[in-house]
Design a protein. Structure first.
Length: 141
């Protein structure tokens, strides 16, 4: 069975559904290791904002940290320990890279994210993860 689970999150309702699914997996086997991952993008459009780039990056990174911690709190409230992490880049690619780098044997992801427009323009993150993942993937509706 799966022992090392990666839970990507964007804070959306579908991500929360995926978190609740993983919580049930933990209740079945509390020895599983779970990491909540938030991947964020630094878009080129931010370069035109009249604010120092480091301030923008810091603000976005803090937001990513908050989203990951809020998702992790679901597990902590239920008495489970989980890790959180965040990184920047293309979400689908980075989720798969992270899973491979840290030897996860399962990814659980919500089937839709927070930005439906970005899904139309860039393609579904969940679809990309299913296609590129180095391990098993569960997509939660």
């Amino acid at each position: 069975m799966f022992n090392k689970i990666l839970l990507p999150t964007d804070g959306s309702e579908y991500s929360m559904r995926a978190a609740r699914f993983v919580l049930e997996l933990l209740r079945e086997n509390p020895n599983r290791h779970v990491t909540v991952l938030k991947v964020y993008r630094i878009l080129p459009e931010f370069a035109v904002i009249d604010t120092p780039e480091t301030d923008i990056v810091d603000t976005i990174a803090k937001g990513a940290h908050i989203i990951a911690e809020n998702t992790a709190q679901i597990f902590r409230d239920a008495g489970f320990e989980v890790e959180t992490d965040y990184c920047t880049g293309d979400p689908g690619r980075e989720i798969c890279r992270y899973a491979k780098k840290y030897n996860f044997d399962h990814i659980v992801i919500g089937h839709r994210g927070a930005g439906s427009l970005s899904e139309i323009v860039f393609g579904s993150v969940a679809r990309r993860v299913v296609k590129m993942a180095p391990c098993s993937v569960t997509v939660v509706k």
